[in-house]
Write a protein that binds this ligand. Structure first.
Ligand code: C5P
Length: 232
């Protein structure tokens, strides 16, 4: 099936056994899996390899943010792992982003970096607290431009931002959108949500889905229905 937008499962569970159990229930339509800090801090590279050995493309959501040299070395280290997408914080600044991208080109050419702009948990007051007077959408745009100018290949963006960022940055940038809910789902703590079809229409290349799949009684069926929607 040719897909302009595909689904990434957020494997937000505490242990390797839980992760295995989730993947066993997902069926043949799942292509992409996001491993975040919760699982990576516990099971590390071995789990990444196990998930990739099962045939999935891995998105490692580590949101790296450190001095340029350290981030570049972490990216280089990941060159030995089967990781296809990796997050870095755009707020680490241009030198950090450029060095990360250089390390990627040299050591991990199969990998694409995704910049995280403003965490969705930060509102205007939260930004102000850390000395940033801008409104969140302006800060998102500023950081998105910075990441693109530094050669970073993609961005994680909320459903509200996807269409604007696609307009501004063009077709070349990979946009990954979390905050996806099916009609009738609970929003949980997500403040900005959208359906898979709306996210695809806004220009997302990938949607990230955690709880709507993790909580489903028949996740493989939900996933197949979502992919069908995305393909049409
Ligand atoms: O369960 P849910 O579908 O809300 O999961 C969304 C996933 O996307 C989680 O892994 C969450 O950490 C991640 N994410 C997010 N909002 C962001 C960035 C990442 O929800 N701004």
């Amino acid at each position: 099936m040719m897909m302009k937008c595909d689904v990434i499962l957020a494997l937000d569970v505490p242990t390797r056994d839980d992760a295995r159990a989730v993947l066993d229930r997902m069926g043949p339509d799942l292509r992409w899996v996001k491993i975040g800090l919760q699982l990576f801090t516990r099971h590390g590279p071995e789990l990444v390899e196990e998930v990739a050995d099962r045939g999935y493309s891995v998105f490692l959501d580590l949101k790296l943010h450190d001095i340029p040299n350290t981030v570049a070395k972490a990216v280089a280290s990941l060159g030995s792992l089967p990781v296809r997408l990796l997050t870095v914080h755009a707020s680490g600044g241009s030198e950090m982003l450029r060095r990360a991208e250089e390390a990627r080109q040299t050591h991990a050419p199969e990998l694409k970096l995704l910049a995280v702009t403003v965490l969705t948990s930060l509102d205007r007051a939260g930004l102000k607290e850390v000395g940033i007077e801008a409104a969140p959408p302006d800060q998102v745009r500023r950081l998105a431009r910075l990441a693109a100018a530094c050669g970073v290949g993609g961005l994680v963006c909320s459903p509200l931002e996807t269409a604007d960022l696609r307009d501004e940055l063009g077709a070349g940038v990979t946009l990954v959108t979390p905050g996806i809910r099916l009609p009738g789902d609970s929003a949980d703590e997500q403040k900005r949500i959208t359906t898979p079809a709306e996210a695809a229409r806004a220009g997302a290349d990938f949607i990230v889905m955690g709880r709507p799949l993790l909580r489903a009684e028949k996740p493989a069926e939900v996933l197949a229905a979502v992919r069908e929607q995305l393909a049409s």
